[in-house]
Ligand binder design. Structure first.
Ligand SMILES: NC(=O)c1ncn([C@@H]2O[C@H](COP(=O)(O)O)[C@@H](O)[C@H]2O)c1NC=O
Length: 537
């Protein structure tokens, strides 16, 4: 059913485009009621406005806490136009129908995101009258149009123009659906803020406010539908907040985003220039160096076979020279090292110089297919420590704190007779950081600031070790080994020594630590304990 808009109530915090919207409505003969600041803005554009207090007969009061909360307003929104009892009540109490409500809410999320936000600021920015009107109008969308987003103004005006000043049922239904999602998200943000203040990490009911970024072509597999959402309050430099500056011929996929996240979270751990190549959530290459091009080259050479179709993450900007090295790795020196050509799914970096973009785009074959994500400068600021790490089980969710612990020198102990050299410590640190980002059971091997072997996701640690040694080949000689959890038996130490490993980092804490340490001493291996483990299930 089409409903002609005769009266509109406009009350917005974000006043973008509101004067123009009101003007268009007014030119179509719509009577406009409005609250303090909004009325002023609309009047300044030369549009006639009826003030809210002249409609309710009450002044706006208590610093705006009470202005639209009145039966004259809510009756006008909620009254069913096709119900005799409702229309009789409306005429008995002098309630005029309100056909359109345009509201956006006090900026609660932006307010609490500010560092100097006090509890008082937060509380004052909890909008009550706005969501009440939005909910009243949305409940009655059979008759009432609710507008909560300035991006909808244009569509509403053009529909009214084409439709003798009326809106259609499907449009009103869509707007009401979005309006209820808005108020639900708004309350979720308030609840999250208050739980955070009370340091109540796991409240009885949890709503996580997220916003849709885009629909995805499909999920993990083509028969699964999927979409990408971002946490509304996240300011972190991360994949979810990255700009997709090049979508590739096929849009970025569900698996691309997962892999890009895995790659970027690892590269973020390094302050020095670093590069990571990820396949199926695990790094197949990782390296750091004073020069980002060298870091990239060594990361790529970590496993040229797996790098095909991989995700490349860099913690420094991509200039033309780096773009050329990336291109070359997958053509010339890739082939020299056994790769069969190149295709990278995604490159993710702080930003790209213009000529780097041209270099990438002009490359025949994959240049057009790669998706480029721009994150902005990598920094540890804005890391959201209270954000949940969410995992799904059928019918439920598991929430935990994020694993934000990295290399903690003050907790490290040195139980073996041999102690690592400074150069070995550098590789041990990298082996440990890489192990944190690999699916358990994990064994990583690092040699000369480069990940040379990685055993991921095996059901026993010995098998992970054997895979890592095989990956590394002769580069296992002199390598540093990282294990995400303790060695239950000395067998991994024996295998490591046989492969030529010279130093090991692991959490320690096994019942058989004594035997493991004795084996390392016997085989001339320097081993350190971190005291923390990094399972990644
Ligand atoms: N208290 C009320 O009755 C009330 N009615 C509308 N508001 C909000 O006041 C804001 C607009 O205020 P103004 O027009 O004065 O700039 C909007 O965000 C709207 O959601 C209210 N404010 C908060 O609850």
């Amino acid at each position: 059913m089409d409903i002609k808009i005769k009266t509109a109530l406009i009350s917005v915090s974000d006043k973008t485009g509101v004067a123009e919207f009101a003007k268009e409505l007014s030119e179509m003969g719509v009577r406009i009621i409005s609250t303090g600041g909004t009325a002023k803005k609309i009047q300044q554009a030369g549009v006639d406005v009826v003030s809210i207090d002249s409609v309710t007969g009450f002044p706006e009061m208590m610093n705006g806490r009470v202005k639209t909360l009145h039966p004259i307003i809510h009756g006008g929104l909620l009254g069913l136009r096709d119900n005799d009892e409702h229309t009789a009540a409306m005429s008995e109490h002098g309630i005029d129908p309100i056909d359109l409500v345009c509201v956006n809410l006090y900026p609660f999320e932006n307010t609490v995101a500010k560092e100097d936000c006090t509890l008082e600021d937060a509380i004052e920015n909890i909008d009550i009258g706005g969501p009440s009107m939005v909910r009243s109008a949305s409940k009655n969308y059979k008759f009432v149009t609710v507008v909560t987003n300035p991006s909808d103004y244009g569509e509403i005006i053009s529909q009214m123009k084409q439709n003798s000043g009326s809106t259609t049922f499907p449009l009103r239904e869509r707007l009401a659906r979005e309006a209820f999602a808005l108020t639900a998200g708004y309350d979720a943000a308030i609840s999250k803020y208050l739980s955070g203040r009370a340091e109540e990490r796991f409240p009885k009911k949890v709503s996580i406010p997220v916003e849709k970024v885009k629909d995805l072509r499909y999920g993990e597999n083509p028969h699964q539908q999927a979409a990408f959402y971002r946490a509304s309050d996240s300011k972190e430099v991360c994949v979810a907040n990255a700009e997709i500056i090049e979508g590739g011929e096929k849009d970025i996929s569900f698996n691309n985003l997962l892999d890009a996240n895995a790659a970027f979270e690892l590269v973020k751990e390094f302050d020095v220039p670093a590069a990571v190549v990820v396949k199926h959530l695990n790094p197949c290459g990782c390296s750091f160096d004073e020069d980002i091009k060298e870091a990239y080259r060594k990361a790529y050479l970590g496993d040229v076979v797996s790098a095909f179709g991989g995700i490349i993450a860099l913690n420094r900007p991509v200039d033309r020279e780096l773009a050329e090295v990336i291109m070359e790795s997958y053509s010339r020196f890739g082939k020299e090292n056994g790769a069969s050509g190149f295709f990278a799914e995604v490159i993710i970096a702080p930003y790209y110089e213009q000529d780097a973009l041209e270099t990438i785009r002009t490359l025949k074959g994959w240049g057009k297919r790669v998706r480029l994500l721009k994150t902005g400068e990598v920094s540890r600021e804005n890391i959201n420590e209270s954000e949940y790490d969410v995992r799904c089980i059928t019918g439920g969710l598991l929430l935990q704190q994020r694993d934000l612990i990295g290399w903690e020198p003050e907790l490290i102990t040195y139980p073996t007779k041999l102690k690592p050299t400074d150069a070995q410590m550098e590789d041990l640190k990298m082996a440990w950081i890489c192990a944190k980002h690999v699916k358990s059971n994990t064994i990583t091997l690092v040699n000369g600031r480069r990940l040379v072997g990685c055993g991921a996701g095996q059901m026993n640690r010995v098998e992970s070790g054997l895979i890592a040694f095989k990956n590394a080949g002769t580069l296992a000689q002199g390598a540093a080994l990282g294990s995400d959890a303790f060695f239950p038996f000395p067998d991994n130490v024996e295998n490591a020594a046989q492969a030529g490993v010279k130093c090991i980092v692991q959490p320690g804490g096994s019942k058989k630590d004594d035997e493991v340490i004795a084996k390392a001493d016997e085989l001339g291996i320097a081993m350190i304990f971190t005291s923390k483990r990094h399972f990644r299930h």
